[in-house]
Design a protein around this ligand. Structure first.
Ligand code: 16C
Length: 258
């Protein structure tokens, strides 16, 4: 727009959201909705064949044995209940790159290769090698989202992070020493508040978070089935226990982030 003094100012408004303009937006939005509705179903409701393979206190882990071309791609569904932290806090620490080396024990390297928006990043990671298979890497978009509570249900909003494999011209698959794995992961968290009877302010003693973690990892190339199943049986429980303890520790002296 030309002003009287001859200067010009831009009149095109900024885009409402960077992510909505991005080539991956339709896929991200579609997959997040799909993964969240699957994660909300209990193991009894989302198909048969779920076997409990690990249990520790409130934590329960189920898998379905599945193979594609002889490669193990067993879907995993885990549920957990943790006191003293919120779903927003769990999703914040799961999504944010600055904390990942603190809790992700299988990680060797991690980089953000594209920032689509504050709540949407593309990561490239390499993971520790499992003998006798080749080392693995992965490239995935990661999206953090608040899921507003239905009006007729009590309690805070739910939060989710969905990670899903993608491609990037600067990071082609299977060109170096690593074999690219493919993953779809959904962390879904629901906070419950049990307010003190005497009207005192809500503290961390009054909050509980119900966690659902669903994952499907395709190893992307040969890996012995028995080794792979033994590794994930050990690594998934280790991950969920370590990650939730990490968030409890990080937040214990901070104000509650609902
Ligand atoms: O969801 C998790 N983490 C997120 C942020 O990093 C993200 C990443 C997912 C990658 C999951 C697969 C990584 C496995 C690579 C190889 C494992 C090495 C183990 C080394 C042990 C010394 O969503 C938490 C992920 C928790 C991962 C548990 C392990 C799952 C193993 C699945 C089998 C992988 C096939 C490997 C073929 C050789």
């Amino acid at each position: 727009e030309r002003l009287k003094n001859g200067k010009t100012i831009p009149i095109t408004p900024p885009p409402t959201s960077a992510v909505a303009q991005h080539r991956l937006w339709k896929e991200i939005d579609h997959l997040v909705k799909q993964e969240v509705s699957m994660a909300r179903l209990g193991v009894g409701e989302c198909g048969t064949g779920w076997q409990l393979f690990a249990e520790d206190g409130e934590m329960k882990m189920y898998r379905r044995e599945e193979e594609i071309d002889g490669m193990v791609v067993d879907p995993l569904k885990a549920v957990h209940v943790v006191k003293g932290i919120t779903g927003h806090e769990l999703c914040h620490y799961f999504f944010s790159p600055q904390y990942r080396y603190d809790w992700e024990t299988t990680l060797e390297t991690m980089q953000v290769v594209e920032t689509i928006a504050d709540d949407t990043l593309i990561f490239q990671q390499t993971h520790k090698r499992i003998w006798p298979a080749s080392q693995r890497d992965c490239l995935f978009w990661s999206h953090l989202r608040r899921l507003p509570n239905d009006q007729d249900t009590e309690g805070p909003d739910m939060w989710t992070v969905v990670n899903h494999s993608t491609e990037h011209t600067d990071y082609p698959a299977n060109t170096g020493k690593c074999v690219r794995i493919f993953l779809t992961v959904c962390l879904l968290c629901q906070t419950q508040v049990d307010p003190p009877k005497d009207g005192a302010p809500i503290s961390r003693d009054n909050i509980t978070c119900k966690i659902t973690y669903c994952s499907v990892v395709n190893p992307g190339g040969w890996a012995p089935a028995s080794v792979l199943r033994a590794v994930y049986k050990r690594e998934y429980p280790k991950f969920l226990k370590r990650f939730t303890s990490y968030v409890i520790n990080q937040t214990k002296n901070k104000s509650i982030m609902f």
